[in-house]
Write a new protein. Structure first.
Length: 136
């Protein structure tokens, strides 16, 4: 699925419309929120996230989830290596949220990009161990 999402903040002369492109693929089952983004000066200094055993990974990625076990199940050693090596993973923010795996960026929907982002999400999905989808 892909779509453009717009929302407005402020009012009067301060009103701004924000536009985002979202690309998502459905998951086999609903899972907790797991948000993956890149660290920056402010997040390194002021935001708490989940740390992993790979310090290079921790220095580059910001991982947030209310369910640490889910985060550790999804992001295992092989996935960390893949994320550090894959330019897409190093460039885009993405998340597991409920029944969706999605990526998003600021700006209008560009149809010529949609399948590129969908392929990226499929590659992420391929990294996830099968046991993550069981309900046990």
């Amino acid at each position: 699925m892909f779509f453009q999402y717009q929302y407005t903040t402020g009012s009067g002369k301060e009103q701004q419309t924000h536009t985002n492109q979202i690309v998502a693929i459905g998951l086999p089952t609903t899972r907790p929120l797991l948000d993956i983004s890149q660290e920056n000066f402010l997040t390194k200094r002021f935001a708490k996230d989940i740390d992993f055993e790979n310090q290079a990974f921790n220095d580059f990625f910001r991982i947030k989830s209310p369910n640490r076990r889910f985060a550790y199940d999804v992001i295992h050693a092989r996935t960390m290596e893949w994320m550090l090596a894959d330019q897409r993973a190093r460039s885009y923010q993405w998340r597991f949220e409920g029944p969706w795996l999605m990526t998003f960026r600021s700006g209008a929907l560009k149809l010529d990009e949609v399948f590129f982002y969908a392929d990226f999400l499929i590659d992420i999905y391929a990294q996830v161990p099968r046991h993550v989808w069981s309900n046990s």
